[in-house]
Write a protein that binds this ligand. Sequence first.
Ligand code: HEC
Length: 195
Amino acid sequence: MLSLLLFLPLFGAIHSHADDAAALDVSEASFDCIREMTPVRGFYVANLGGDLDATLAAANAPEGAAYPPGSVVQLVPGEAMVKHSPGTSPATKDWEFFELDTSSEGTSIRKRGYADVVNRFGGNCLACHAQAKPEWDMICEQGHGCDPIPLTRDMIVLLQKTDPRCEDNPALSEAEIATLQALRQAAEAGAATAE
Ligand code: HEC
């Protein structure tokens, strides 16, 4: 009986999230080649509701702004944040976090959720992104107050250049290929210790 009482409120919370996710309808088809999104200072944005201008206005606001519902933000092909309608998830400012698997076949969603999504390196998305000063709406970039990620700018650009979903990936130098191999090994090691 006690376990039932504990379970019911939890079920209610999960249920309302599912409803809201359905309202925006985020699925594997919502994600594609990262470089077909719109670049902003090294990361990429899109808007699933078609209001790209509103997303760009938030991304380019000099003092920061709340991103509008439907906004998709990605730095690397394997991770994304999607903004849901107001009230969906106050703890994450209505952002849903995604970990994606990408291949030439397309995208599959490895993990999605609000407060409890953990990335390949064992880090909780919200724990870092919540460190961004309030005016930046959980967007970390550089200097917004988040703990750093273990990727250099060169590595980030390389991951963007090699998104397997893109049809026009540029040829890589030998140094880039070596960097990419080191990155894959680090990600695999991270995934193994995060299990
Ligand atoms: C260790 C802290 C940390 C963790 C854990 C983390 N991030 Fe980030 N994330 C950052 C930082 C810092 C940046 C900015 C990096 C840069 O621009 O050089 C960033 C950038 C991003 C961006 C681009 C927009 C922005 O905020 O700059 C997205 C989208 C993103 N992360 C999603 C995720 C998702 C999804 C997860 C979990 C699966 C996750 N992150 C886990 C720290 C983290």
